[in-house]
Design a binder for this molecule. Structure first.
Ligand code: PLP
Length: 388
């Protein structure tokens, strides 16, 4: 009997050691990790640069709180801004906290510019934004909401991808539009570039802020530094987390000066947010992500993995019904239950993540090599054969 609250449907397996793209059990069984801890360990396990940074920082200083200036945090904020639309960054510890900060920043902006009645946020079908009270209210998950009511007021849901529905939903109380450039939990649904452009137009013409949730699709996952980069559309405020610390917990709210104008001293805070260890780890992740050619290599690997998956899908069309992807976020819609495929892949020693829409996700490390792509393809073909 475990004393851990049973909120997870866990698989009864645990790992002792991680190295690169692989996880090892105490029995020495080796698994190819195509979960990356749900898009977190983007550089694989025990990356030498991350291990070195973390251990050096651990000897130096762990935590001082945000009572004082944290140089590593300043440097991280500068680098995130230099490589994005943002001019200011707030640090926290998780994706849900980042999205809380995004929502609060949007409400505060409207209040700051003299429109306190504008507090409602347009959100989408299939959305996932986290597990706090506000973020379950923003998410489209009846199971995540059930029994936790009343929900936080002020979220208006419209169909994902439908710009006309957004336009129709705007009222004098609307503050912002919140969207994932690639929906992850609902089953890997990339936003069309044209849809994001329309959202930007609506936000600009109606005096709304455009908010992006890049907790899953940000930090290199799509082959660009951010999931929205290729669209050319810039948000006003954006949340990051998962991959940002390479496995060390850290989240970020990135914003323009204009949209964060109300976020002065005392308005928001987080005890652990951006502490020296977390900020050092995220800086180490950026060292690698921003190095020449690294992001290009993600696109190449994403393309290779997509072709590999498409080949298997062509051989087993009743098992892999359709495939959607952007960079190294790959979703395979299954004929049988997605859990059956996840279980069979695990028997073939490949770890994957289920998602909505009966999808199995491949979220491999961003630095995978052709060898691991081939290994995953073989395992996928074997698993499909087992299930066929
Ligand atoms: C995982 C996720 C979150 C929540 O992140 P946590 O760190 O689990 O709180 C929010 N938004 C998206 C898009 C996510 O994928």
């Amino acid at each position: 009997m475990t004393s851990v609250m049973p909120t997870y449907g866990r698989v009864d397996i645990s790992f002792e050691v991680g190295k690169g793209s692989y996880l090892f059990t105490s029995d020495g069984d080796r698994y190819l990790d195509f979960t990356s801890g749900i898009a977190v360990t983007g550089l694989g396990h025990a990356h030498p640069h991350l291990v070195k940074t973390l251990t050096e920082q651990a000897r130096q200083l762990w935590h001082t709180s945000n009572l004082y200036v944290i140089p590593e945090q300043e440097r991280l904020a500068d680098r995130l801004c230099a490589n994005s639309f943002a001019e200011l960054v707030f640090f926290c510890n998780s994706g849900a906290e980042a999205m809380e900060g995004v929502i609060k920043t949007a409400r505060k902006y409207q209040s700051h510019v003299g429109k306190p009645d504008r507090y409602r946020i347009i959100v989408f079908s299939g959305a996932f934004h986290g597990r706090t009270l506000a973020t379950i209210s923003a998410s489209d998950s009846p199971k995540g909401q059930e029994g936790f009511g009343p929900m936080t007021e002020g979220f208006d849901r419209v169909p994902f991808g439908d710009a006309e529905a957004v336009r129709a939903a705007v009222t004098s109380e609307t503050a912002a539009i919140l969207v994932e450039p690639v929906q992850g939990e609902s089953g890997i649904f990339p936003s069309e570039n044209g849809f994001l452009r329309e959202l930007r137009k609506i936000a600009d013409s109606e005096g709304l802020l455009l908010l992006f949730d890049e907790v899953q699709c940000g930090v290199g996952r799509t082959g660009d530094l951010f999931g929205h980069t290729a669209s050319g559309v810039k948000p006003d405020v954006m949340g990051l987390a998962k991959g940002l610390g390479g496995g060390f917990p850290i989240g970020a709210v990135m914003a323009t000066n204009r949209s964060a104008a109300g976020m002065g001293p005392g308005t928001h805070g987080c005890t652990f947010g951006g502490n020296p260890i977390a900020a050092a780890c995220a800086n180490a992740v950026l060292d690698i992500l921003l190095a020449d050619g690294f992001l290009d290599q993600i696109s190449v690997s994403g393309h290779q993995l997509r072709i590999a998956v498409d080949e298997v899908a062509a051989d087993f069309p009743s098992i892999l019904v359709s495939v959607r992807s952007k960079g190294l976020m790959i979703g395979m819609k299954c004929g049988p239950s997605n859990i059956e495929l996840v279980d069979e892949l695990r028997r073939q020693k490949v770890l994957t993540v289920p998602a909505g829409d009966n999808v199995v996700r491949f979220l491999p490390p961003l630095n995978i090599e052709k060898k691991q792509i081939n290994e995953a393809q073989d395992a996928l073909a074997k698993a499909c054969k087992e299930l066929a």
